[in-house]
Design a protein around this ligand. Structure first.
Ligand code: ADP
Length: 164
């Protein structure tokens, strides 16, 4: 039995964090020693929230989980994982449609680093329809997203959309 700790990186845009992401983080934190939620700094998806805002929202939402920390990274995920001493990448799978892209990424990361393993965790059924993109869309149109994201995120979404 190796004595090394199981540290996993959970990378993503988290623009913003949703209850689906949180569910995955909680479940992963239950079985792993440490989970680092890592937001992408230079995201080509043109995020609505800045990296700092996204990190703040994740920190607030995970403050009750002692073995979860929040960070941001740039460049190759495999390099960042090595820097953090992590040998696991965590990704959520909502539907079969997620799988093709996720598998491609996992195989590419394996190609880049043999040390790194990708761990897929299936989304809980009640969150399998939930994405940051749909939350932003509904909120932008004035819909209530309070059941889909933590309360501070919901407040920030309203503030963001009223200032745009
Ligand atoms: P990315 O831009 O990397 O896809 P996201 O923030 O959209 O970043 O997602 C990060 C990870 O979280 C991905 O593995 C995604 O499949 C997973 N994820 C997103 N929404 C959910 C959800 N509702 N339940 C479980 N996992 C999710």
């Amino acid at each position: 039995m190796p004595a090394s700790k199981q540290i996993a990186i959970y990378p993503g845009s988290f623009d913003p964090i949703t209850n689906g992401h949180l569910d995955l983080i909680r479940r992963a934190a239950n079985i792993l020693d440490h989970v680092v939620v890592a937001t992408l700094r230079h995201d080509t998806k043109h995020p609505l929230f800045t990296t700092e805002e996204r990190m703040e929202m994740i920190s607030q939402a995970t403050s009750d989980l002692p073995n979860v920390s929040v960070d941001s990274f740039d460049g190759l995920l495999v390099d960042y994982a090595q820097e953090r001493g992590a040998r696991l990448i965590l990704r959520g799978i909502r539907a079969v449609s997620d799988y093709e892209y996720e598998l491609q990424m996992a195989l590419m990361n394996r190609q880049l680093s043999k040390e790194l393993e990708t761990l897929f965790i299936p989304a809980s059924e009640q969150y399998s329809y939930l994405s940051s993109r749909i939350v932003k869309e509904v909120s932008r149109l004035g819909g209530d997203v309070s059941a889909l994201v933590p309360a501070p995120v919901s407040a920030r979404l309203s503030a963001k959309h009223s200032s745009l």
